[in-house]
Design a protein around this ligand. Structure first.
Ligand SMILES: NC(=O)c1ccc[n+]([C@@H]2O[C@H](COP(=O)([O-])OP(=O)(O)OC[C@H]3O[C@@H](n4cnc5c(N)ncnc54)[C@H](OP(=O)(O)O)[C@@H]3O)[C@@H](O)[C@H]2O)c1
Length: 269
């Protein structure tokens, strides 16, 4: 039997209050984590996420400390304050999931430069900043046998070139953040920190809902697996990448898209 788990681990999930970040947080809670920290901008979303994750823990008979801290990670000072608040409560971090992200779509002629800057600032600059801040805590947890893990939530779009709705900043940011992941995978491996990118296809979340409303049927029909991504698809990939058995998996771009990248429908919109 292969038991992929995160027993006793301390994990931080940015954007962990809903969507894919919440799927990750739930998987960590259900599969052995000792402490799970979630963050997003809205205090109420953080409170609700903490309550929800505590319920998930209880339902699964797990004892997990949930810490929820509101912070806008695209703001340098708030990102630093977030790190400091986490560092006051934990002495190491085994798993950092850099998941918080945003998108914006508009035709090139109407595309506000401020929107490009905002997306790039969160999807790449804030990811770099968060990783930079958390590296000392990740190093404290790191061992050769079971390295600490950084998971970057990139996107399958990072390896495609279709842009149906003018998400210029988003596509560029995801290609950039995937590159950051591969770069850090090489630099951090000697420090016993593995870095891997997850490349989700379309999953129903607040962020993806607009595109799914527009072209959901086409997205399903052209997906080789005939459906959109589901919570368990992402959770399985995450648990594998965070498990001690995957300690030799480093610097990968793992598509979780049902093969959609091989039959991309985006240009048909
Ligand atoms: N859903 C998909 O199909 C899909 C596909 C490929 C990749 N992805 C990637 O997966 C990640 C999660 O996306 P999602 O679909 O789950 O989106 P989502 O439902 O919009 O969730 C985004 C999360 O990030 C938080 N967030 C947004 N701006 C933030 C900021 N400035 N500082 C801190 N937290 C912030 C949000 O909470 P607040 O609003 O409270 O801040 C929320 O918790 C993103 O990086 C996205 O690019 C998603």
């Amino acid at each position: 039997m292969v038991d992929f788990n995160v027993d006793g681990k301390i994990a931080v999930v940015t954007g962990g209050t809903r969507g894919l970040g919440m799927h990750c947080a739930e998987a960590l809670v259900e599969n052995g984590a000792k402490t799970v920290v979630v963050t997003s901008r809205k205090a109420k979303a953080c409170e609700d996420a903490k309550t929800h994750l505590e319920e998930v823990a209880k339902k699964n008979g797990k004892s997990v400390k949930i810490i929820a801290i509101p912070a806008d990670l695209s703001d340098e000072a708030q990102c630093e304050k977030f790190y400091e608040e986490v560092a006051e409560q934990v002495d190491k971090v085994d798993i950092l999931i850099a998941n918080a992200g945003a998108t914006w779509g508009a035709p090139l002629e109407d595309h506000d430069i401020k929107a490009i800057k905002k997306v790039i600032n969160l999807n790449i600059v804030a990811v770099f900043h968060t990783i930079k801040l958390f590296t000392p805590l990740l190093e404290k947890a790191a061992t050769n046998e079971d390295p600490s893990r950084i998971i970057i939530m990139s996107s399958i779009i990072s390896v495609l070139n279709n842009d149906a709705v003018g998400t210029y900043g988003y596509l560029a940011s995801k290609a950039a953040v995937s590159h950051l992941g591969r770069n850090l995978a090489v630099q951090f491996a000697p420090r016993h920190i593995n870095v891997n990118n997850i490349l989700p296809g379309f999953f129903p979340t607040k962020m993806a809902q607009g595109l799914i409303d527009m072209g959901g049927q086409l997205l399903r029909e052209t997906n080789p697996r005939g459906r959109l991504g589901e919570k368990e698809d992402l959770q399985a990939a995450l648990l594998f990448l965070c498990s001690k058995q995957a300690n030799y998996i480093n610097g990968v771009d793992l598509p979780v898209d049902g093969g959609a990248r091989l039959n991309s429908p985006a240009s048909h919109f």
